[in-house]
Design a protein around this ligand. Sequence first.
Ligand code: GUN
Length: 299
Amino acid sequence: MSATIIDGKAFAAKVRAQVAGHVARLKEDHGVTPGLAVVLVGEDPASQVYVRSKGKQTVEAGMASFEHRLDADTSEADLLALIDTLNNDPAVHGILVQLPLPGHMNSDLVINAIDPAKDVDGFHISNVGLLGTGQKSMVPCTPLGCLMMLREHHGHLSGMNAVVVGRSNIVGKPMAQLLLGDSCTVTIAHSRTRDLAAVCRGADILVAAVGRPEMIPGDWVKPGATVIDVGINRIQHPENPEKTRLVGDVDFVSAVEVAGAITPVPGGVGPMTIACLLANTLTACSRANGLQEPEGLTA
Ligand code: GUN
């Protein structure tokens, strides 16, 4: 039997509409416009696409978008000076520095220079610590999007066995913390895990975030499990070597026959990431103004 397809594109549109509704009320009732500043250093083509898309969706949600494009050879000191300016700008509620940064910059130093209250990526060490100790924090966008989809599909996740494949700071580790926060029994698996197939087969919830095209086959999926595929990998098209196509970390064709529910690539987790960035900006703005946080848009 074929799995239910979790439509991230439709869900993201719903989240964006919710955010836009809250933004309109913030403006009308409190005269406050949430503002998101995105900083791009250099000309990485994939980053340019993401940044353009973020700016467009920010404006569509009724928020103010501030874009700062810096040359690839900008000094770290100049980037830190810009972050300091944005930290002190009351019109800016969220700051995102697009990664990866050029090699001459220390990403940890740069990220930790952002005011944690404006850290809409949730990468600042303070937010990582707050999330890890179950306190109110800013939550990384991609794992937050995955959690929202899981909650929407299951209602509650308590007691479920969750396996997160991948241990990155951006997805794997915060995803595990969020699942733990929702009372799952959580395993983090990675490239050194012994018998990864058996570990995956124990998962009621399987989150794949390794960045390796189609590495998880259907026979690693427990029948009826929910599969969240975070991977976005561009590979050569099997029938036309001049073309490429996007695939996830899960072999969709075989997994869809075994899983109970699965996110497709594209159209699954991807659209949720920017929707959650908008949600985080709204949350940061609400907190900065001492207003009630929007329900259902935070962890
Ligand atoms: N580069 C790829 N993904 C991300 C993300 O979620 N945030 C930032 N800042 N950079 C990224």
